[in-house]
Design a protein around this ligand. Structure first.
Ligand SMILES: Nc1ncnc2c1ncn2[C@@H]1O[C@H](COP(=O)(O)OP(=O)(O)OP(=O)(O)O)[C@@H](O)[C@H]1O
Length: 525
């Protein structure tokens, strides 16, 4: 364990003296300094009576006494409440704004396919909204392909939407769940024109205004709007949140990060020539370059710095990756001494069995869990499909089991998730693509049907349970040869306790005839 701690010692000096979030305690809303009473009511309406430790720690560094002076890097376990930790201070600070413009941007990851399709077709949609082309077929396609999104996107928007209106702020979503035309009409306010009068197109462009103060976006859609949406500008941006940072930094995503940083730099004149080396050739919106203080109406005042907040349950410590964020005097907030941390009330178990008997062990386990909500993770969409089909052939399981896969249409997945939330489905079988950010209340159990190869995968899978201080269990099916390696893997997350969960052999034997009689062997993933 000591060795694991030493190995996890960060290279960057500022990461070596972090704020330890585990030293903070929940703070009742009544005791939270400077909380806007309107936001207090909004939080209470959400059923929140106190802030979690990470939220208190971030509040200190943002509202008081920290006053957003430093960029924040937050490493906090899954389900610890990271979303509200940034949403609340941003909303409180923006509550004083006089004019509506885009001031806060939250970027979350998408899956690669969605991005590729995004950029290929946005041009049609943009033309569409400006009345040059009407191609509904393409718009329809956009909605379908864009559906491969991380589940957390709408959830993050929901958190903002639950508090922002209380102080008169408006929140938008640019993630490709609707056509880009619909998105643009949600994000950009256009002037009302009187019929019969000729307007100068240049003047009209000036009149376009942001309809939102806060935007939750995926990199692909964000780039679409930067490149082609008239009136979309980052020139007033004050806050940039990069959620699931480790994943977002792994992918270049059409150079979204250097583009955003470039567009929000105040000394743009000197740097724009550099930017042209990475900005896509279709980059059409020079207006989005951040203007200097005087132009922006901040005469005699220092130009507001773009504040960055980056978060993850498995935050990278790689100096090269973090350098991409161009952080200002960063402050590292983390939980405990080890690099990775599992939720406080998560219990990890292993089930040891022969590989060919895995389906039977899973069936027996699910039987014993009864109607408790459970997510079963496999290593691929193919295995997900096979396993789900197999489980549904077992009459012994009197529970509803559904597949939840990136290969399904968005509408199918939304329906499945809704039914799962409502308890009409007890078990979701899913692949890793869906691990991050999914927040479903009351998921008591996670099962790793296939052993996760990396500790990060374990953390994000297991993190679908034991959220918000609740109890949760994570079971991992292992062959006996995998046990040692799995133990080492868990030690990386400071976990030395993973008892064996035994399934009575009589139960397995009783399931064998059913398994042999059906065509199950062909389905076994
Ligand atoms: N102060 C609070 N009181 C009660 N519940 C809260 C509070 N803050 C957040 N929650 C709830 O805790 C759950 C987890 O929050 P959130 O999704 O922000 O976690 P997270 O740290 O971002 O997790 P992940 O890393 O898995 O995305 C959510 O259901 C949220 O509604």
């Amino acid at each position: 364990m000591e060795e694991a701690k030493k190995k996890s010692m960060p290279v960057l000096p500022w990461m070596r003296s972090p704020v330890d979030v585990s030293l903070f305690e929940d703070c009742p809303l009544d005791h939270l300094p400077c909380l806007d009473p309107r936001l207090k009511v909004a939080l209470q309406n959400m059923g929140i009576s106190s802030l979690f430790p990470v939220q208190v720690a971030v509040w200190q560094e943002t509202i008081g006494p920290g006053l957003f002076e430093r960029d924040l890097c937050i490493n906090s376990p899954t389900g610890s409440g990271k979303t509200l930790s940034y949403a609340l201070p941003i909303v409180q600070t923006l509550s004083n704004r006089a004019v509506r413009c885009l001031r806060a941007l939250v970027v979350l990851p998408t899956r690669d396919l969605a991005l590729q399709v995004n950029s290929a077709r946005c041009i049609y949609c943009c033309k569409n909204i400006f009345g040059l082309i009407a191609d509904h077929w393409i718009a329809e396609m956009c909605v379908q392909f864009d559906s491969l999104l991380f589940i957390s996107l709408p959830q993050v928007k929901d958190v903002f939407a639950a508090i922002a209106p209380a102080v008169g702020l408006s929140v938008g979503l640019a993630v490709g769940q609707s056509s880009i035309a619909d998105e643009i009409s949600e994000l950009i306010k256009r002037p009302k024109l009187e019929a019969g009068i000729c307007y100068d197109p240049e003047d009209l462009l000036q009149e376009l205004q942001s309809a939102v103060d806060i935007l939750v976006a995926t990199p692909g859609r964000l780039m679409d709007h930067i490149n082609a949406t008239r009136g979309f500008t980052l020139e007033h941006l004050c806050y940039l949140v990069v959620d699931e940072t480790d994943r977002l930094l792994r992918e270049a995503y059409q150079a979204w990060l250097p583009t955003v940083l470039q567009l929000t730099r105040s000394d743009n004149e000197n740097r724009f020539s550099d930017a042209s080396t990475f900005l896509p050739s279709a980059f059409g919106s020079l207006k989005t370059i951040r203007r200097c203080g005087v132009e922006r109406g901040f005469k005699d005042k220092p130009n507001p710095r773009l504040v960055k907040m980056v978060l993850s349950a498995t935050l990278t410590q790689d100096p090269n990756k973090l350098a991409q964020l161009d952080l200002h005097h960063p402050l590292f907030l983390t939980t405990g001494e080890t690099r990775y941390k599992l939720p406080e009330r998560l219990e990890s178990y292993k089930l040891i069995c022969e590989s060919k008997l895995k389906p039977l062990y899973l069936v027996a386990l699910l039987q014993s869990l009864g109607e408790e909500k459970c997510i079963v993770f496999t290593s691929s969409v193919e295995s997900t499909h096979r396993l789900c089909t197999l489980l549904n052939h077992f009459g012994e399981l009197r529970i509803k089991i559904k597949e939840y896969s990136g290969l399904q249409r968005q509408s199918v997945r939304s329906k499945t998730l809704k039914a799962f939330r409502e308890g009409k489905i007890q078990v979701l079988v899913s692949s890793d693509a869906m691990t991050r950010g999914m927040d479903v209340e009351g998921v008591n159990n996670v099962v790793n049907y296939d052993k996760p190869a990396y500790i990060k995968t374990y953390i994000h899978r297991a993190g679908r349970t034991a959220r918000a201080g609740q109890l949760g269990r994570c079971f991992t099916l292992l062959h006996k040869d995998e046990v040692k390696r799995f133990k080492k893997l868990l030690q990386k997350a400071d976990n030395d306790s993973c008892p064996v969960h035994s399934i009575p052999s009589s139960l397995i034997e009783s399931l064998r005839p059913v398994y042999k009689s059906g065509n199950f062997l062909a389905l076994t993933p």
